[in-house]
Ligand binder design. Structure first.
Ligand SMILES: Cc1ncc(COP(=O)(O)O)c(C=O)c1O
Length: 346
């Protein structure tokens, strides 16, 4: 099997997880009869410090349900220029919700500057969309947002009468990084998502948590989006397994990413962008002339990374320290062979 560092979404369900799925008690969830989905939703609401939860097919769907529950036609959400909910979800909020995004450049640490956010709030006037929501992402490009910032952003939204949503696809990475209870993060927001299908290792599924009223609206939007599922306990069982077994181990992924960053920093040819709050992602600037060759060189060794400048390397439960060492070795070997080739040419 390839060593796949493209994303933590490439994890495969373990035998134990598959066993939990096999034995899942199921019913028709559209009738509210799937006891495994009900158990998952109750468990996530409790863990996130929220009243209720709705199981969704994907992170994209859970975010869109949230945006549509918070914002009506002609409303607006403030969001990062590189945020998943703006850039990578097909423009769903605009296409399906008639909701206008107000993108702002992320700061270096993945936060949105609150002064910039304040000046982006539109006056209450017929010329403008109604600014309704601030949407953050945690982790953002693998960076765990500072806890003090999150608290400050929460106060800001209350002061400005904005709703507050978290794209928490990797919120457990943030909680493990800060060594806090996940509710210390999610409890600051009105709604939060979480993806089970990333570092937590489940094959599919996300959740949206919030108040009873918000989840009532979100459940309706889920139906409209085609996301109401039937015997979905089969996948909810994998999500429950992932929360019960795969949260603490995210620390291993962070350590492996940190180790990879340290090792690659030794190479003069590379520029490793490793922020102090980085969790399971490493971004490496490779000289443009070498990106394609390096990716092919690694692929020949059954190692996959996301091509680009920077190259993105993501650690997860299917790539342990041995795999990380193989990756580092492959990259080092590429540049060593390049140098010796150049030496021969000289
Ligand atoms: C930050 C973030 N939010 C949301 C999503 C969407 O998740 P999904 O792929 O399950 O739709 C992703 C997926 O990579 C993501 O990285």
């Amino acid at each position: 099997m390839s060593l796949d560092f493209r994303s933590d979404t490439t994890t495969r369900p373990s035998d134990a997880m598959r066993k939990a799925m096999y034995h899942a008690e199921v019913g028709d969830d559209v009738y509210g009869d799937d006891t495994t989905v009900n158990r998952l939703e109750a468990m996530m609401a409790e863990r996130f410090g929220m009243e209720a939860a709705v199981f969704a097919a994907s992170g994209t769907q859970a975010n869109l349900m949230a945006l549509m529950a918070h914002c009506a036609r002609g409303d607006e959400y403030i969001v990062g220029q590189q945020a998943h909910t703006y850039k990578y979800e097909g423009g769903g909020a605009a296409v399906l919700g008639s909701i206008q995004p107000q993108p702002l450049e992320f700061c270096e640490d993945g936060t949105i500057d609150l002064n910039m956010a304040k000046s982006a709030i539109k006056p209450d006037n017929e010329h403008f969309a109604n600014t309704r929501l601030l949407c953050l992402e945690n982790t953002q490009a693998g960076k765990a947002l500072p806890m003090t910032y999150l608290e400050e952003a929460g106060r800001f939204t209350r002061l400005e009468h904005l709703n507050f949503h978290l794209d928490g696809a990797r919120v457990y990475n943030a909680a493990v990084f800060h060594d806090v209870d996940v509710a210390d993060i999610t409890g600051l927001f009105d709604t939060s998502t979480c993806c089970f299908s990333k570092g937590l290792g489940a094959p599919v599924g996300s959740v949206l948590c919030g108040s009873h009223e918000m989840m009532r609206k979100a459940r309706r939007w889920r139906k409209l989006l085609g996301g109401s599922m039937r015997q979905s306990g089969v996948i909810a069982a994998a999500a429950i397994y992932s929360i019960q077994n795969n949260v603490e181990r995210l620390a291993d992924d962070h350590e492996n990413a940190h180790w990879i960053a340290e090792q690659l920093s030794e190479l003069d040819e590379l520029e490793v962008n490793y922020h102090a709050h980085q969790t399971n992602m490493v971004f490496v600037d490779v000289p443009a002339t070498h990106v394609a060759d390096l990716v092919v060189y690694l692929k020949e060794r059954d190692i996959i990374v996301t091509a680009g400048s920077p190259i993105r390397i993501v650690t997860h439960l299917d790539v342990d320290r041995k795999a990380a060492a193989a990756l580092v070795d492959g990259i080092k070997q590429y540049f060593v062979s390049l140098r010796s080739g150049l030496a021969l040419a000289n």
